[in-house]
Design a protein. Structure first.
Length: 216
């Protein structure tokens, strides 16, 4: 999809549980203000307009799988002007409220996809689940088995909640995931550098998401 190509891997959900049919519907008529997009790309949009544009994009991102062509075409110049998906998230993070919160959650989701392919991280998760297979905060979200789908499916569930505009529930789940993985890293037997790094990162993301949620 053009949007995924433009925005990059932070918006890449690739797991079987994330079928198109199961995704929340996009609100009717949802799109970006073309005048705001043009002004932003030209560097002439004022602070109030930029804040409004950031809020609209933050509301759009959970629906990136089924955006109409016009919405994709409207978002692409913004991403291009900023220089890519990392810069998009950094720009959203500069705007308090929903944009900052969404940016920080999507950074978590991107890392969950990344760690889905890391054998050392998955082994640490298996070790944690051997002690507590279904932590209370993740019951109903965790897959029965720990495999390459486990973390990505959690990412999908967070994004699904965001798409349903259940932001508080999405935040609660994101925080629970970060806390769980931080704990899994701390309890890992002979943790690798990747696992230690994951634990530290999850601790930072837990604080960052919690802080953004408290101020949104």
């Amino acid at each position: 999809m053009p949007l995924l190509k433009s925005v990059g891997e932070l918006l890449r959900r690739r797991h079987g549980s994330a079928s198109r049919e199961s995704r929340p519907a996009l609100p009717d008529g949802f799109t970006l203000d073309s005048a705001q997009v043009s002004a932003f790309a030209a560097g002439t949009l004022d602070a109030e307009g930029e804040a409004a544009l950031a809020d609209d994009i933050a509301r759009m991102l959970p629906h990136h799988w089924d955006l109409p062509t016009k919405s994709v075409e409207a978002l692409t110049p913004v991403v291009d002007h900023l220089g890519g998906q990392q810069q998009l998230m950094a720009w959203l993070d500069r705007h308090p409220g929903r944009p900052r919160l969404i940016a920080r959650i999507y950074v978590l989701l991107g890392h969950l996809d990344q760690y889905s392919e890391d054998p050392a991280v998955l082994e640490a998760v298996r070790h944690a689940r051997a002690q507590d297979p279904f932590p209370v905060a993740l019951r109903g979200y965790l897959t029965p088995d720990t495999n390459a789908e486990t973390l990505g499916s959690l990412a999908f569930r967070v994004e699904e909640l965001l798409g349903d505009d259940r932001v508080d529930d999405a935040v609660a789940l994101a925080l629970a995931i970060a806390d769980w993985l931080h704990g899994a890293a701390e309890k890992a037997e002979s943790p690798s550098a990747d696992v230690r790094e994951m634990g530290e990162l999850m601790g930072h993301l837990h604080r960052d998401i919690g802080e953004a949620a408290a101020r949104s």
